[in-house]
Design a protein around this ligand. Sequence first.
Ligand SMILES: NC(=O)c1ccc[n+]([C@@H]2O[C@H](COP(=O)([O-])OP(=O)(O)OC[C@H]3O[C@@H](n4cnc5c(N)ncnc54)[C@H](O)[C@@H]3O)[C@@H](O)[C@H]2O)c1
Length: 357
Amino acid sequence: MMLLLTPRDVAQIVRAQGLAGALQRLASAIEADFRRWAAFDKSARLASHSRDGVIELMPISDGVRYGFKYVNGHPGNTRLGLPTVMAFGVLADVATGAPVLLSELTISTALRTAATSALAARALARPGSRTMALIGNGAQAEFQALAFHHLLGIDEIRAFDIDPAATAKLRRHLQAVRGLRVRACGSAAEAVRGADIVTTATADKTRAAVVRADMVEPGMHVNAIGGDCPGKTELHPDVLRRARVIVEYEPQTRIEGDIQQLPSDFAVTELWQVLQGSAPGREHAQQVTVFDSVGFALEDFSALRWLRDSALELGLGSAAALVPELVDPKDLYALLEHAPRQATTPVCAEPAALLST
Ligand SMILES: NC(=O)c1ccc[n+]([C@@H]2O[C@H](COP(=O)([O-])OP(=O)(O)OC[C@H]3O[C@@H](n4cnc5c(N)ncnc54)[C@H](O)[C@@H]3O)[C@@H](O)[C@H]2O)c1
């Protein structure tokens, strides 16, 4: 039977492994999958754009398992009391097509994005990096800060958000983390000044230039995660022009990443090449490096694998009978004949209909 994991189950997995341990295991799973890049059947995600946001489907398969994620991006959602990003995903058995896992992926997306950012930064940031500017202090921010703290040794975060309440929330959540200091800054330029790493995690469906070329110092690594949709960018094109740019999956990033602002022959390197050792990461101390991250299906596939293995180890989650259990697999109709008669009000009735009954 298929395993169902809710946000509460995923929170329990993280609690059991500790956030540092969970990020470490997830980063190892993502790195292992990037290293076997050729094994995957890959495609750019399928996006359905609307005025207020985007809904995307992200499929991938390694020939043994097939996975997909449903995810949205609606920057105006927080005003409605909803997160900007919400997601769930499925892992299925390629040999039979049977789904084996249905899981929440909202928390998991934040975890895998942060783990992937830290993996890329390990290869691209200057060795010994200690300070990180964090611009955009919303839902992803704590995860980014903690992944860079635990996996890279970042001990100072310089935080900036146009919404001071978001920065206050970030400081409140991280104040008890030993060995990590969070300093609120009055502008993006102030946060970036002197930092080793610059992470941008803003959400605005516009061609923004949160980081300009005059803000970037030699040797900085820019981890840009918020420019992930056509017409939605964070870096001024001159930041990219003077940098070594690493992407996840070039066909998708050309459409969605910050490099959408540049000609299609602008040179980029894919992350798997760097992690496999077939292309260099940082080439010299003065080089500016950019990880133009948009989020790729492989990272969610790794996250789904980690979630299933962890849940089975810890005895978490519940069995969900989403697929019919048939005595005779050719006799689907029998299910209708043996269904119990519905005596109560249908659960999907409109609230108004419920009130009038
Ligand atoms: N690359 C990936 O894999 C990946 C994964 C998840 C989310 N994302 C993207 O990351 C971004 C952040 O996601 P989130 O869930 O934290 O969103 P969120 O809405 O919770 O937070 C975004 C924050 O950015 C701030 N902001 C907007 N414009 C700003 C600006 N010009 N300067 C400073 N701050 C600004 C907002 O006030 C808000 O606090 C989104 O764009 C999302 O699409 C990317």
